[in-house]
Design a protein around this ligand. Structure first.
Ligand code: 76R
Length: 288
């Protein structure tokens, strides 16, 4: 007689495998923190320095316009030990890699030091959609589940507001940025990934309710980085008033999804610079 590898009732002793939320991915994102080598810039031949500044400003100006393949924004940073944050959004990883190297390859590259980089991809976690689908189609029936999920995701992708969220633009009149990486905890007794889909969906719905109170005051982009970088997500917030960052993050600390399950990495806060502002700023600093 063939002896089964596992007793027939073993599966019943284990919790059902938690179902991950379906997600849609949009533009790839690279967060780059840069320092300027001011000493080298000031010591440089003025003609060379001017050429370098002009090339940097020209690149920043060309990047600023959002279009189908993406855009990049330059932010002047307060603190964090760096001068600039650059946010690159591109439709493919190949284009993102190119954008991420463009400054270093220019003449300006001689005066710029990359301090930190973070890779992720814009992610729309679809907890409600996944939970509703799981109520109609058995996720264990892989063929039926994959088909139903593919259809639901394609329909979701067609929606204008979903497309806009997958390809985020710098909101007008919100020049301030706040960005940081995040994890969800995997501690014994406090493991996000061991919760049922039902529990995670309820926690995320409550999180969304808190978030929507900030509608019009903030725009948030969640980009997933599992398998791409060291944390699980990057959070990018834009606002017209930097105190809104403090307000939403303080409020969310008390919300269960963050209070029990969130781990935070280092924060960077800055203000958007146009290509012209960048040219003016660097020219002034260089001529001093
Ligand atoms: O169902 C829903 O309504 C929720 C939609 C939603 C998801 C899935 C949502 C809404 N977020 C989602 C996912 Mn969020 N978010 C953060 C932070 O500082 C902190 O405590 C956390 C940092 C902020 C400030 C924020 C803002 N969110 C996520 C995820 C992925 C989790 C996963 O998939 O398991 C993270 C890490 C995360 C973190 N969130 C909103 C906001 C705001 C303002 C909203 C409402 C925006 C809107 O619906 O337009």
């Amino acid at each position: 007689m063939k002896i089964p590898m596992t007793p027939p009732n073993a599966a019943a002793d284990l919790p059902a495998a938690p179902l991950p939320p379906a997600a849609l991915e949009g533009w790839y994102v690279l967060h780059q923190s840069l320092s300027v080598d001011w000493a080298a810039l000031k010591a440089a031949d003025p003609g060379d320095a001017r050429e370098a500044l002009a090339s940097c400003a020209a690149i920043a100006e060309a990047w600023a316009t959002a279009s189908e393949p993406g855009w990049s924004g330059v932010y002047r940073v307060a603190g964090a030990g760096v001068d600039f944050l650059i946010l690159h959004f591109r439709d493919t990883l190949d284009r993102l890699i190119e954008a991420g190297h463009q400054l270093q390859l220019s003449v300006w590259g001689d005066y710029v030091i990359v301090r930190e980089e973070y890779l992720s991809v814009v992610e729309l976690g679809l907890y409600t959609l996944t939970r509703e689908l799981a109520g109609r189609v058995d996720p264990e029936d892989r063929e039926a589940w994959d088909l139903a999920l593919a259809e639901a995701l394609a329909a979701e992708r067609e929606k204008g507001f979903v497309r806009r969220r997958l390809q985020p633009r710098q909101p007008e009149h919100m020049p301030y940025v706040c960005t940081y990486p995040m994890d969800k905890r995997r501690n014994p007794g406090q493991n996000w990934y061991a919760l049922s889909l039902e529990d995670r969906a309820a926690l995320m719905a409550a999180h969304g309710t808190v978030g929507r109170r900030f509608a019009g005051r903030l725009v948030q982009v969640i980009s997933g980085s599992m398998g791409l970088d060291d944390w699980e997500w990057a959070v990018t917030l834009w606002s017209a008033d930097p105190l809104e960052f403090k307000a939403i993050i303080s409020e969310m600390r008390y919300d269960e999804a963050s209070a029990r399950y969130a781990e935070f990495g280092p924060f960077t806060v800055g203000k958007r610079l146009s290509g012209k502002e960048m040219r003016d700023l660097l020219t002034v600093d260089c001529d001093r």
